[in-house]
Design a protein around this ligand. Structure first.
Ligand code: SF4
Length: 315
């Protein structure tokens, strides 16, 4: 399996590119995710020409817009950053995800402090200048802050989205788009969709019911925006139970009473929070492996990412 291209803030790789010459090494990124992700790193401040070490900068409100200025001297570096963004942003189109460093006026995804000309904080709801351009240009791309990857649910959700988006980019996007490619993608991800959002799941099926009424590219564009919107939604235990019960319906004839009873017990134990998702999911996969149902074989819900990431052990 070739690695998935994912962008990352350079300081998270342990490179000493921060304004004080330090780094913010994320071992989870370099030692775990790097087994599956081919990281492409950018340090917007360094590559915009601000150097290392460099004076600390922050976001400043000015004439209704945001500027990137030095905290002490007030030197304005907005033009350099905008020039860097213009030059690099188009080259990121093939990335399947991006991991950003938090709290940075360049890379921070959320809750970045915005100051007034006196240096006082006017609100804490800003977004780093590079992060803003990235998210605006690539609204489908899964983007997450490294700190949030310490949360089991957010980490699992981000990685699941990266793998699903990679499937789209590899098999459906651009010149690969055909009615069959679109329908097969939808089929592969049906149970994931059902778990994330039953409402969107019920809208997307009919959307693909008539692929001749308008240009296929328009339908695909609408489809993938709704699909990725659904995938960002947190999956509750109840929603996983619902999706697993749907799956069990397909395995009804191939499971003996005793196996079905054990599976039901573990689904209920998962629902009560007594065991992690991996427990009933492993039983479902065993049942499917013993007597494979073709339709379920295609379902990414049973195996949305490599097992050794251990993500379902913790949710
Ligand atoms: S947060 Fe972004 S701009 Fe700051 S050092 Fe890390 S990569 Fe560079």
């Amino acid at each position: 399996m070739s690695k998935i291209p994912v962008g990352i803030s350079t300081c998270l790789l342990g490179k000493e590119v921060r304004h004080d010459g330090g780094h913010k090494h994320s071992r989870y990124c370099t030692e775990v995710l790097s087994r599956y992700f081919e990281f492409r790193s950018l340090c917007p401040e360094l590559e915009a020409g601000l150097g290392v070490p460099r004076p600390a900068i922050h976001l400043r409100e000015s004439d209704g817009g945001l500027r990137l200025v030095e905290v002490k001297k007030g030197t304005d570096h907005t033009a350099e950053m905008e020039g860097f963004i213009d030059q690099v942003i188009g080259s990121l189109a093939d990335l399947r995800g991006y991991i950003l460093m938090a709290k940075s006026p360049s890379c921070g995804m959320e809750r970045i402090r915005v100051h007034n000309s006196d240096g006082n904080v006017v609100h804490r709801d800003g977004r780093g200048m590079f992060a803003e351009a990235l998210i605006r240009t690539y609204p489908l791309m899964p983007v997450e802050e490294e700190g949030r990857l310490n949360d089991d649910q957010l980490r699992e959700n981000f990685i699941e989205r990266v793998f699903a988006y990679d499937d789209w980019m590899q098999n459906v996007a651009g010149e690969r788009l055909t009615p069959q490619a679109l329908i097969e993608f939808h089929t592969r991800h049906k149970f994931q969709l059902l778990a994330h959002s039953e409402q969107i799941y019920r809208q997307l099926g009919p959307m693909l019911g008539d692929l001749k009424s308008e240009p296929l590219a328009d339908i695909a564009d609408r489809y993938i925006h709704r699909f990725m919107e659904a995938m960002t939604k947190r999956v509750s235990r109840g929603s996983h139970v619902n999706a697993m019960q749907h799956l069990m319906g397909y395995l009804r004839d191939s499971m003996g009473d005793a196996d079905r009873k054990v599976l039901m017990e573990q689904v209920e134990a998962y629902h009560r929070g007594e065991v992690p998702l991996i427990v009933p999911m492993t039983l479902l996969r065993m049942a499917q492996r013993r007597e494979p149902i073709g339709y379920l074989d295609q379902q990414h819900y049973l195996s949305p990412y490599p097992d050794d990431l251990g993500l379902r052990n913790r949710i």
